[in-house]
Design a protein around this ligand. Structure first.
Ligand SMILES: Nc1ncnc2c1ncn2[C@@H]1O[C@H](COP(=O)(O)OP(=O)(O)OP(=O)(O)O)[C@@H](O)[C@H]1O
Ligand code: SF4
Ligand SMILES: [Mg+2]
Length: 335
């Protein structure tokens, strides 16, 4: 058995089109241990969704895997044939729930019929006999319940469900085959505070009851990341700015960008009302068709030095080697 459920080595993914070449993921390396939930944070455009699409083996048409390896449970997913990727990796070892996926339910089908279609497509065998339908419904019910929903949702149409319920139904369907790794992109972004809390609880329960083993959870919301994740990766302009355990990252951020990101968290009172003004990070993320030389954060960094403008910092690990950041300021701290 491979040591890590996920290993990403020097990954590069670019969008190529009439607009030019967007260096959306540029030299990203990390690994995810079995049983761990890792959160991916960062501003809009940082490359979180692009990374998820590449890791899940589902890059959209303009996104190209330019280099680097992705090993899922030891399988090099860009070095196997598509049929093996479909049967051995997708659903079984890894499932991906994209951003805004609640819209993927079919509005004119009851949830149960939609599930029959999904299972039929996946297994290439139509779910038509009553025996097979019962079997599938039983499988779906355990997942629906693990996500805090009642079995009765199976008989409903999507429009009869709230946004949070639809999102949890999509997650239940995506995890029907108990994937070892769940890659999930912004599942709480369209939800109110109460539904967000329910979602976090549901995701934790998925792991507790053993439906999934590990998770890559993407969110720009550091509060939900802190509630859910063991580890955290902060992305900026297609690169990893900082990586390490969740609490350490929040309590003692290493990278200037992480510090500014944390300062930008809004606080909410018990009724979900915003109680402090959001502090914005000065400037805006770069155009990734021509990213800045050196450290990509240098045009916005309050601590910028000459070296930052011309030389790209590597990942400097600190302490026990489990935390690190890509910043020249760490040269003196790293071991
Ligand atoms: N289809 C596309 N064609 C060209 N460029 C794209 C496309 N999709 C994303 N990009 C660019 O790739 C970069 C990374 O975008 P991505 O959507 O991965 O960021 P993100 O961190 O997920 O942002 P958000 O928080 O808004 O979801 C950005 O510069 C974005 O403009
Ligand atoms: S390398 Fe330089 S510009 Fe980049 S974050 Fe560190 S101090 Fe700021
Ligand atoms: Mg995104």
């Amino acid at each position: 058995m491979a040591e890590h459920i996920l290993e990403v080595e020097d990954l590069r993914g670019y969008y190529r089109g009439v607009f030019g070449v967007v260096h959306a993921i540029d030299g990203v390396s990390f690994s995810l241990d079995r049983g761990v939930i890792m959160g991916i944070a960062g501003e809009s455009g940082g490359g979180k969704s692009t990374l998820a699409q590449l890791v899940s083996g589902t890059p959209p048409p303009l996104l190209h895997h330019e280099g680097g390896r992705i090993l899922v449970d030891g399988i090099d997913i860009y070095n196997i044939d598509p049929e093996e990727l479909r049967t051995e990796v997708k659903c079984k070892r890894m499932s991906y729930v994209p951003q805004a996926s609640m819209e993927s339910l079919n509005p004119v089908k009851r949830i149960r019929d939609f599930i029959f279609d999904v299972v039929g497509q996946r297994t290439r065998r139509r779910v038509s006999s009553s025996e097979r339908k019962e079997e599938v419904l039983e499988m779906a019910t355990s997942h629906i319940k693990a996500l805090g929903l009642d079995r009765s949702v199976l008989d409903r149409y999507p429009h009869e469900l709230s946004g949070g319920m639809k999102q949890r139904v999509v997650i239940a369907i995506s995890t029907l085959w108990n994937p070892k790794l769940l890659v999930i992109d912004e599942p709480t972004s369209a939800l109110d505070v109460t539904s967000q809390k329910r979602m976090i609880k549901a995701l934790l329960n998925l792991k507790q009851v053993g439906i999934i083993e590990s998770m890559l959870y993407i969110s720009h919301d550091l509060t939900s990341l802190k509630q859910l994740c063991d580890e955290c990766m902060v992305m900026y302009a297609g690169k990893i700015a900082e990586i390490g355990d969740m609490d350490g990252t929040i309590d003692d951020p290493l990278h200037p960008y992480t510090r500014l990101l944390i300062a930008a968290i809004a606080s909410y009172d018990s009724r979900g009302k915003k109680t402090c003004k959001l502090e914005c990070i000065p400037g805006s993320p770069p155009d990734l068709r021509s990213p800045p030389p050196g450290c990509r954060f240098h045009p916005r960094c309050p601590y910028v030095m000459d070296v930052c403008r011309s030389r790209e910092p590597g990942m400097f690990m600190v302490g026990d080697g489990k935390r690190g950041a890509s910043c020249w300021l760490l040269t003196s701290k790293s071991g």
